[in-house]
Design a binder for this molecule. Structure first.
Ligand code: MN
Length: 233
């Protein structure tokens, strides 16, 4: 038996300090996981549990190191594309109904990503009660930096999360502001989906999201991890 077309390549993310790659299965994203960002989007963080959406693994863009830089082509069909800087968790092991106190055993490591968003299309979808895919899961919508093994960094529950555009700080938060921390997020998500090795979780963005324009250079990071750098083309 043979495939009737060539199988697509497995999307993968570079590892810091190594030529190895992390193969990606699914890309989950947490919505409104920082109170100040929930408020800036017009919601009450005290009354709404976080929720999830997904991007396609093919949406990942290698953002490379701060001295390198990836390319983010301004997407079609939008005039309002926003940046959302996020800690990304990479899973080495899956499972369903993972207990909170075992959740970190499933983490391979951490990286920094940007949840690029066609905010105008997402806004229309919200208004019409439609899915968010066109606002969130478009080509190149998931820039990501190099991943670090948790065995090197330890598990992360605090540290600055920030993003600059052309040298101006736009987002500046701390992982200790996450409404749902990493173990809670993994435990909850694994109650909705059977998680698998290779899954990535974009954990939500701090306040300060806003539009990008062609020519902008976006640089972002999380304390202790390789950052991301992309140029909007
Ligand atoms: Mn996000």
């Amino acid at each position: 038996m043979a495939y009737v077309i060539s199988p697509p390549a497995i999307p993968a993310v570079a590892i810091a300090g190594s030529d190895d790659l992390f193969p990606v299965n699914r890309v989950y994203c947490v919505g409104r996981n920082y109170a100040a960002h929930a408020r800036e989007m017009g919601h009450d963080p005290d009354r709404e549990p976080p929720f999830f959406f997904a991007k396609a693994p093919e949406n990942l863009v290698a953002a490379s190191d701060l001295d390198g830089g990836g390319d983010f082509p301004y997407p079609v069909q939008s005039q309002d594309v926003h940046h959302e800087i996020e800690l990304v968790v990479a899973l080495s092991e899956g499972g369903a109904n993972i207990a909170e106190d075992k959740a970190l055993d499933h983490v391979w490591g951490y990286g920094v990503g940007i949840d690029m968003t066609r905010r105008d299309l997402q806004g229309e979808a919200k208004k019409m009660g439609r899915p968010w895919d066109v606002g969130k899961a478009f080509d190149h919508s998931a820039p990501i930096g190099r991943l670090h093994a948790a065995s090197d960094t330890g598990h992360l529950d605090q540290g600055r999360v920030w993003l600059e555009i052309n040298g101006d700080v736009r987002q500046d938060g701390d992982l200790n502001q996450l409404i749902w921390n990493i173990p809670e997020t993994i435990a909850y998500l694994s109650g909705l989906f059977t998680l698998r090795s290779g899954d990535l979780i974009y954990t939500g963005t701090p306040a300060g999201v806003g539009p990008v324009a062609k020519g902008d250079v976006l640089v972002g990071g999380v304390d202790g991890l390789s950052g991301v750098k992309i140029t909007v083309s």
